[in-house]
Ligand binder design. Structure first.
Ligand SMILES: CC(C)(COP(=O)(O)OP(=O)(O)OC[C@H]1O[C@@H](n2cnc3c(N)ncnc32)[C@H](O)[C@@H]1OP(=O)(O)O)[C@@H](O)C(=O)NCCC(=O)NCCS
Length: 185
C-alpha cells in the first residue's frame, strides 16, 4: 500500500492566494472550533447536530495521522498564513484510483471570493498528479447550491442521485454524486 505521508511530503501546495498543507493538532484553535459550531458553516456538514469543542476537533485532526487512505489539508491564506478552511481527500481506494473530496471554508469573511475554487482546483491537481488517482467524487446535498456551483466550476459533473439520502431535521433530501475523472491517466 502507498504511504500517504510519504506522498505528501512535498511541504505545501501553493496557489495564487492560498496554500494547502496537512493540518496539525497545533492548528486547532478556538477560532476553528467556532466555525464548526456556526450554523451557516455547518448546515450541510454531518457534525451540524453535535456541538464541537477543542478536544473533539483535536481528536478529529489526530484521526488522520498516519493513515494511508485519507488526508486532511488546511487551507491557508498565503499572505497572513491564516487558516481559513479545510479540504479532505478520504476513502482513498488505491486499487481503483478513486477518492472522495470534501471542503469547507470556515472563515465566512473569505466566502464568495473564489477561495474555494482555488483550493479545490489545487487539491484536485494534487490528487491526480501526486497521488496518481484517476477519479475524485463528492456527495453534495441537493439543497447545497453554493457547493454544487463550486464543484461544477472546477469541472466536476453530476453523475447520479441518491434519493432521500440526507436527513435535515425531519426532512429527507437527495444527495447528488459529483465526479471528476483525470482524462490524462
Ligand atoms: C461551499 C463553499 C466551500 C464555497 O466557498 P467559496 O469560497 O465561497 O466559493 P467560491 O467563492 O470559490 O465560489 C464558487 C462558486 O460558488 C458560488 N457561490 C459561492 N457562495 C454562494 C452562495 N452563497 N450562493 C450561491 N452561489 C454561491 C460562486 O458564485 C461561484 O460560482 P460563480 O463563479 O459561477 O459565481 C463555502 O460556502 C462553504 O464552506 N460552505 C460551508 C461548508 C459546505 O457546505 N461545504 C460543502 C459540503 S459538500
Amino acid at each position: 500500500m502507498k504511504n500517504v505521508k510519504e506522498l505528501i511530503e512535498l511541504g505545501e501546495l501553493v496557489g495564487k492566494r492560498l496554500l494547502l498543507r496537512p493540518l496539525l493538532i497545533s492548528d486547532v484553535t478556538q477560532r476553528y472550533v467556532d466555525w464548526l459550531n456556526d450554523p451557516e458553516v455547518n448546515q450541510f456538514i454531518d457534525i451540524r447536530d453535535v456541538k464541537q469543542n477543542i478536544d473533539m476537533v483535536r481528536e478529529y485532526v489526530q484521526s488522520y495521522e498516519g493513515k494511508n487512505n485519507k488526508l486532511l489539508l488546511g487551507i491557508f491564506e498565503k499572505g497572513k498564513y491564516l487558516h481559513i478552511g479545510n479540504i479532505t481527500i478520504s476513502s482513498i481506494d488505491w486499487k481503483n484510483g478513486a477518492g472522495s473530496v470534501g471542503i469547507a471554508v470556515g472563515d465566512k469573511v473569505y466566502w464568495g471570493k473564489g477561495y474555494a475554487t482555488e483550493a479545490l482546483s489545487l487539491a484536485s491537481d494534487f490528487s491526480f498528479s501526486r497521488l496518481k488517482l484517476h477519479r475524485l467524487e463528492a456527495w453534495i446535498s441537493a439543497n447545497n447550491l453554493p457547493s454544487q456551483k463550486l464543484f461544477k466550476k472546477v469541472g466536476f459533473v453530476q453523475e447520479g442521485i441518491l434519493k432521500d439520502r440526507v436527513k435535515f431535521d425531519t426532512k429527507y433530501v437527495d444527495a447528488l454524486i459529483f465526479g471528476l475523472v483525470n482524462k490524462e491517466a
